[in-house]
Design a protein around this ligand. Structure first.
Ligand code: SAM
Length: 261
């Protein structure tokens, strides 16, 4: 009997209906798959049944990693490691699909790392990821809402995001205290040109460090009150960070890159 470790966010998905729903979302047959935090392997088993080309899983818990090796032997490749420290782009020679019922305490860190690692080419076809509902709501939120912020601006830059469903605590063991949501991320065709995603991170960090305050202070901090940029982007400094749409943040980042280059 496996005892779930709270520190590693271990809430194992046991709902057959949801497991089936996840693997039926997109074509898996003959595709390369990376699964993050496979835990006891419930989702892994459902993925395997769809006959993928290859599955690599990354599991931090040594005991669970050993269990997975015994359970699936040579059908999967188990990496006993920390997803935050592994360069996922080097795991396959071709593009792959990522599945993950993510450990909720580091889910935003994982997603941000992947987005910042996106250079000119996408290393994945799709990401199928489960988040705490409150975090998923932040990821899919639009401007002028209280949940809009850095995460949605970062995620929406290169990715089309579809919310698939909400999932109740009863679908997991042990039951988490919060609801969850399943999101599907796919590459966008048309992408605003930003030289380095780290600059988008920086610009949004400065703007959202005081989300209730007016835009004047963060704008001056980055752009020293540059009136030309204000006029060009039609920004009213009496507004608040949540009132600027995605595009304006991407344009601000591009202007910032011009200034520092
Ligand atoms: N996917 C499984 C399921 O649906 O039943 C388990 C999901 S559970 C929410 C999160 C899993 O991620 C756990 O198995 C946990 O040990 C693993 N984990 C936690 N932190 C990790 C990390 N930094 N890198 C890789 N795996 C991690």
């Amino acid at each position: 009997m496996i005892k779930a470790k709270k520190s590693l966010g271990q809430n194992f998905l046991i709902d057959k209906y949801i497991l089936e729903k996840i693997v039926n979302l997109i074509e898996i047959n003959e595709k390369n798959i990376l699964e993050i935090g496979p835990g006891t392997g419930n989702l892994t088993l459902c993925i395997l049944k769809k006959k993928p080309k290859k599955i690599i899983v990354i599991e931090k818990d040594k005991k669970l990693a050993l269990n997975l090796e015994q359970k699936f032997s040579d059908k999967i490749t188990v990496i006993n490691g920390d997803v935050l420290e592994i360069d996922e782009t080097s795991l396959f020679k071709e593009k792959f699909i990522v599945f993950g019922n993510l450990p909720y305490n580091i889910s935003t860190e994982i997603l941000s790392k992947w987005i910042v690692n996106l250079k000119d080419n996408f290393w994945f076809d799709h990401l199928v990821l489960m988040f705490q509902k409150e975090v998923a709501d932040r990821i899919i939120s639009k401007f002028d809402t209280s949940t809009y912020g850095r995460l949605s601006i970062l995620a929406n830059w290169k990715l089309k995001i579809d919310k698939i469903c909400d999932i109740k605590p009863e679908s997991f063991f042990p039951k988490p205290k919060v609801d969850s949501s399943l999101l599907l991320f796919s590459p966008k065709n048309k992408i605003f040109k930003i030289k380095d995603p780290k600059n988008l991170e920086k610009v949004t960090r400065v703007f959202f460090s005081h989300r209730r305050k007016m835009l004047k202070k963060p704008f001056n901090q980055l752009f020293n009150g540059n009136q030309k940029i204000l006029d060009k982007l039609n920004i009213n400094l009496n507004l608040r960070p949540q009132n600027l749409d995605f595009e304006t943040y991407y344009q601000l980042t591009s202007e910032y890159e011009n200034l520092i280059s």
